[in-house]
Design a protein. Structure first.
Length: 276
């Protein structure tokens, strides 16, 4: 892409309407289909949602995801994550996400640790390094920051999650006020039965309006789930499905923005067999 005007338009689209990697966008199509109300989820993608959820992963797991924002190749978001349980110690998470095109790109790398404290409380934290690259004369910038979360399994059916992204309010460039957002979120999930799960979450970027998110998952078969969600701030609805193939889980989803259109995405999770 060589046209600077087109590049500038895409950059404005990215920074004003999308949540790219530095904006703590929940990754994984299960989360996407359920309105991104994901602070209580326990799987490998908790690397990106709420690191406390990694403590519920008891097998080595790998996750990869791709999101095609508004059907534009230049705004694709690619991600990968690992969950590595260590007996009697906790769970280590490793993750990376990459967003952008030749004129503008963001890359984020994270190292997480999560641990259960008794049967109810889990805690997790993560150190991130984020790098942004823009066309000359702006060049590239990078910075370290952190995030942490808490998850509580209050009953067999009810869970809560709290997460803080960039609590130190780190900036990429203080002179340009190029900030990494500080985002607070709190969520709840309730399983009515083995088939129906509902989630609700409140999210607040300190420099933006409050965002209300909700979603539901219904298992029409033990190996097939349907999902639906809504997101108030970005005025999006979302939907998707998941297939459980024992050690593999394949999730498909799409979000729909009233002004900008569809955001199709796909993720795959794999966990090592319990008998391996």
């Amino acid at each position: 892409m060589k046209n600077p005007l087109w590049a500038g338009c895409l950059f404005l689209l990215v920074t004003s309407t999308l949540s790219a990697s530095n904006n703590n966008y929940p990754i994984g199509s299960r989360a996407s289909a359920m309105g991104n109300a994901s602070s209580t989820f326990e799987n490998v993608f908790a690397n990106f949602h709420n690191q406390a959820g990694l403590a519920g992963v008891n097998r080595f797991g790998v996750g990869i995801a791709y999101k095609n924002n508004f059907l534009l190749r230049e705004t694709g978001l690619k991600s990968a994550a690992l969950a590595i349980p260590i007996k009697s110690v906790g769970v280590i998470g490793v993750n990376v996400s990459s967003f952008g095109f030749d004129q503008y790109a963001e890359n984020k790398y994270g190292l997480a640790f999560a641990k259960k404290f008794g049967k109810v409380i889990s805690m997790g934290l993560q150190l991130d390094y984020m790098q942004t690259r823009f066309t000359e004369p702006y060049g590239s910038k990078g910075t370290f920051f952190g995030q942490f979360g808490i998850r509580g399994q209050l009953t067999e059916e009810l869970a809560i999650g709290v997460h803080v992204y960039n609590p130190t309010r780190t900036n990429l460039d203080k002179n340009l006020n190029d900030r990494v957002p500080t985002i607070l979120k709190s969520g709840i999930s309730y399983a009515f039965n083995e088939r129906l799960i509902t989630v609700f979450e409140i999210e607040k970027d300190l420099e933006s309006k409050m965002n209300l998110k909700a979603g539901a998952e219904y298992g029409i078969h033990e190996k097939f789930d349907l999902r639906f969600g809504v997101n108030s701030l970005q005025r999006k609805i979302s939907f998707g499905a998941g297939i459980n193939l024992d050690d593999w889980e394949i999730d498909l989803a799409s979000e729909y923005h009233q002004a900008l259109g569809f955001v199709p995405n796909m993720s795959i999770r794999w966990q090592i067999n319990r008998n391996d």
